[in-house]
Design a protein around this ligand. Structure first.
Ligand code: ADP
Ligand code: TRP
Length: 350
């Protein structure tokens, strides 16, 4: 007689997207890429290149294409295994646009007006394009389209995650008369599933050259695979106070030290802190130590990145295969949604 099988919970499905707007930087790596790839190892990983989202700002077709390959190559270089993890381009899964429309029909403008990006644009008197208004709805569709359990993102994306949950709730209540989740958050399989954000704790916000959040938009970022020469230039440009070499320095609040913590072991970090406090160790020394530690982490990854970038056909093959798998997950969810709202059933993927 066979032993009764212990019922194991199904593996967590984690999903995340990254915009193809230039080469990813250290903040993207520690805030999103690294935690996302770790999660993918624990369950089912779904990762896509958010090219529709990039279109809110990018106006150069060749750049969009190149940067999309660049993101794919980065994720693969960082260890994404395309056999076990699905990687695709957002625009290769048209179901997402269909769900975006349906979600926009249940979303009030009050929610959109609370969105940080929208509020910032308005406060700065910038013209608010409809793409910016629709941005959180498209992002909710990305997430809800695949019954995602967890969404690893940096701190700045948490509001978008909350919006995705809100929109799933509006959809479920308006079309099915219930949130479809119990008080513990367990889903009953109808409507749209609520996702959870996973925010990286250590290094939740990676500082940039000027100590503000590292971001392409502040031009204070350090690209992951910059050439050694450019990397050195960027690291040497990190802003510090002007204490002389021999003076003791406080590691707390020192950007070089904060960045070093992302790469170095505990012992190495303690050593740098002690050297800074003791004096006789300048910021220039600390920057060289940071550079060496970063090279230890990114050196090997950079060669793998270069190899993938030199083979666009191989990248395209990974993305096409990923799109097929992603569409096969999206199709039954879309069928459920169409049924719930009263749209006719359609053949798979049609
Ligand atoms: P950028 O601000 O440079 O345009 P994105 O907005 O494209 O970066 O961010 C892509 C992902 O990387 C998001 O999940 C975001 O939260 C994360 N991320 C970006 N910058 C940082 C940072 N400085 N620290 C931690 N995570 C970050
Ligand atoms: N808005 C995200 C960013 O700027 C990118 C993104 C698009 C995303 N769709 C997503 C992230 C879905 C997680 C899940 O970084």
């Amino acid at each position: 007689m066979s032993e009764p099988q212990a019922t194991r919970p199904p593996p967590l499905r984690s999903l995340s997207g990254i915009k193809p707007t230039g080469m990813p930087h250290w903040g993207n790596y520690f805030g999103m890429i690294q935690p996302a790839l770790r999660l993918a190892e624990e369950g089912t990983g779904l990762y896509f290149i958010a090219d529709y989202h990039a279109l809110t700002t990018v106006r150069d077709a060749q750049r969009l294409r190149d940067d999309s390959y660049g993101i794919a190559a980065t994720l693969l270089a960082c260890g994404l295994d395309p056999k076990s993890t699905t990687l695709w381009r957002q625009s290769d899964v048209p179901e997402v646009q269909e769900l975006t429309w349906i979600l926009s029909c249940v979303t009030g403008f009050g929610l959109i007006e609370r969105a940080h990006a929208f509020k910032d644009a308005r406060a700065n008197g910038r013209d608010v394009g409809f793409g910016l208004v629709a941005y959180p709805v498209l992002m909710a569709a990305d997430i809800l389209m695949f019954d995602s359990d967890v969404v690893p993102v940096g701190k700045d994306q948490v509001q978008h995650l909350e919006f995705a949950r809100d929109m799933a709730g509006y959809f479920n209540v308006q079309f099915l008369g219930s949130s479809c989740h119990d008080s513990e958050g367990a889903w009953d399989g109808r409507g749209l599933k609520f996702p959870k954000p996973v925010v990286q704790k250590a290094g939740a916000v990676v500082p940039g050259l000027d100590g503000r959040k590292m971001s392409k938009s502040y031009d204070n970022h350090i690209p992951m695979f910059a050439s050694k020469k450019d990397l050195k230039k960027r690291v040497m440009a990190i802003v510090t106070d002007s204490l002389a070499l021999e003076e003791p320095k406080d590691p707390v609040g020192c950007t070089v030290y904060e960045l070093y913590q992302l790469f170095a072991s505990e012992a190495q970090v303690a050593e740098m802190a002690a050297k800074l406090r003791a004096g006789g160790y300048g910021y220039g020394h600390a920057k060289l130590d940071l550079l060496a530690a970063a090279e230890d982490t990114f050196g090997v990854l950079r060669s793998r990145y270069d190899a993938w970038m030199a083979d666009r056909d191989a990248l395209e093959a990974v993305l096409q295969e990923g799109a097929l798998r992603a569409r096969s997950i999206a199709a039954p969810v879309m069928a459920r949604v169409r049924e719930a709202v009263g749209l006719p059933a359609r053949p798979m993927g049609g």
